[in-house]
Design a protein around this ligand. Structure first.
Ligand SMILES: O=C[C@H](O)[C@H](O)[C@H](O)COP(=O)(O)O
Length: 235
């Protein structure tokens, strides 16, 4: 199997495994991205077979997919607590700290994850890293008018910021909230807790893609099965 197909297959395996965590009557935060898409597909199938749940989407992508697969939805603004939220990640370390926002949905994803009694990250093993932010940048959602200020401030703390550009549109990526995404690159692993604090103190920063101490559990797909990692196993 080609590496690309194998990655897709692992995403599907973990997406399906995640559906087992969803029980009748639950309100469920529904993640964004290609791994979450497999979870949504499977959840839709189970809903058609009689599973009664209400989903709360983390993005337009998740919302549209839920409609497509017949998953009943609640608007995030109408809820303050969820039974579970299940979402992908771009990187995750062994303490279950993660980087999210490769799909520019990190702000809403963080709101939904925070509302959930249980926040579960689903990834294939390629996302598991010793140190965050070495091979994947830290996405930061920024209001457009603050772009210049944020770029200057993050350079002052040693980051190389790049305004994320859209692929099929001229100009920058615009998030579901109407903002920009600045990706922060680092030459060596930053202290992510400190970094998150500093970023959140810059006016105009809406939210970072650092999900620190948030996940209760991670499902990690390997070639020989799905590993369950618990936050309580943190070192
Ligand atoms: O903004 C997007 C999200 O944080 C995604 O959950 C993350 O980028 C992982 O996506 P994928 O499962 O496609 O790798």
């Amino acid at each position: 199997m080609k590496a690309q197909d194998e990655g897709k297959n692992l995403k599907k395996i973990v997406g399906l495994a995640a559906a087992d965590l969803v029980k009748d009557g639950m309100t469920v935060g529904i993640g964004t991205g290609s791994t979450a898409a497999f979870f949504i597909e499977e959840l839709g199938q189970r809903v058609r077979q009689g599973l009664s749940i209400r989903g709360v989407p983390t993005s337009y992508q998740a919302k549209l997919m839920c409609y497509q697969h017949g998953i009943p939805l609640l608007d995030p603004s109408l809820v303050d607590r969820l039974d579970i939220a299940i979402d992908g990640a771009d990187e995750i370390d062994y303490s279950l700290n993660a980087i999210k926002g490769g799909g520019a949905a990190n702000t809403m994803e963080k709101v939904i994850a925070t509302m959930a009694d249980e926040f579960v990250i689903i990834v294939d093993h390629s996302k598991l890293v010793e140190k965050l932010a070495v091979s994947f940048p830290v996405p930061v959602e920024v209001i457009p008018a603050a772009l210049g200020l944020v770029m200057r401030k993050v350079r002052e703390i040693g980051a190389r910021p790049e305004l994320r550009m859209a692929v099929r549109k001229a100009g920058p990526v615009v998030t579901d909230n109407g903002n920009f995404i600045v990706d922060l690159y680092f030459d060596e692993a930053p202290d992510v807790y400190r970094l998150n604090r500093v970023l959140k103190s810059i006016p105009g920063v809406v939210e970072t893609g650092l999900f620190l101490g948030m996940a209760h559990k991670a499902l990690v797909a390997w070639e020989d099965g799905v590993e369950v990692m618990l936050a309580s196993q943190k070192d």
